[in-house]
Design a protein around this ligand. Sequence first.
Ligand code: NAP
Length: 221
Amino acid sequence: MKKPKLSVVGGTGALGSGLAIRLARAGFDVTIGSRDAERAKLAAADLARATGSDSVRGDDNISSARQADIVFVTVPFASQRATLADIAAAVKGKIVVDTTVPLVPPKVARVQLPEEGSAAAVAASVLGGDVTLLTGYHNVSAHKLSSEGETGCDVLIFGDDIGAREKIVEITNQLGVRGLHGGPLANSVAAEAMTSLLIAINKRYKVKEGAGIMITGLEAE
Ligand SMILES: NC(=O)c1ccc[n+]([C@@H]2O[C@H](COP(=O)([O-])OP(=O)(O)OC[C@H]3O[C@@H](n4cnc5c(N)ncnc54)[C@H](OP(=O)(O)O)[C@@H]3O)[C@@H](O)[C@H]2O)c1
């Protein structure tokens, strides 16, 4: 099967760069997005050097999303709405995977959900029905994604379109991370809230690489 072209909007940041490096190592064509095309190009050059990939480019967020079949969004909650509104026209008819966790500094170790109920609901309200919206990667630390080798934790993917969800689970499984179906978009809130719990565990137990989750009881284990 031909590999889809991917974009990582906000890919200059912690989670996005960790995701982009794994996607590039797995042989995907990746365009890193940034508000500043030059910053994205510099990040892409670093990534190309680190991975030896010749399929990594950088561009502004909108152009990056326009070039891709599937668009990952990796920006802070405070900039989620504005970023999604910026790329909305460019992602019509595409799969968008939003990784946003609704963290509200300074109390990021406390669950604080938005009025809409979840970051997934915020994304759905901004993007509307012309996009296949998925969410995921809420519970894997940027540190783990940026490191080499298996992360040793699971990544849950949520969305109402099971076929699209399966595509992202498959891509995730190619990254040294076990991807699992987390169910419909309504379930995203559980993983979003779990991140604050993991941050609390990181603080209490001084976990440097970031605590993660692993689902037990699966036959594939
Ligand atoms: N970090 C983690 O370990 C982790 C784990 C799981 C989930 N997440 C979630 O993943 C998302 C990204 O987290 P992160 O730690 O990677 O964030 P980050 O490094 O703070 O920011 C990611 C990128 O977002 C862009 N950005 C920052 N402020 C912005 C603004 N005001 N308006 C528009 N764009 C802005 C920046 O790109 P440009 O300046 O290049 O435009 C930045 O490089 C968050 O929602 C977070 O909760 C993070």
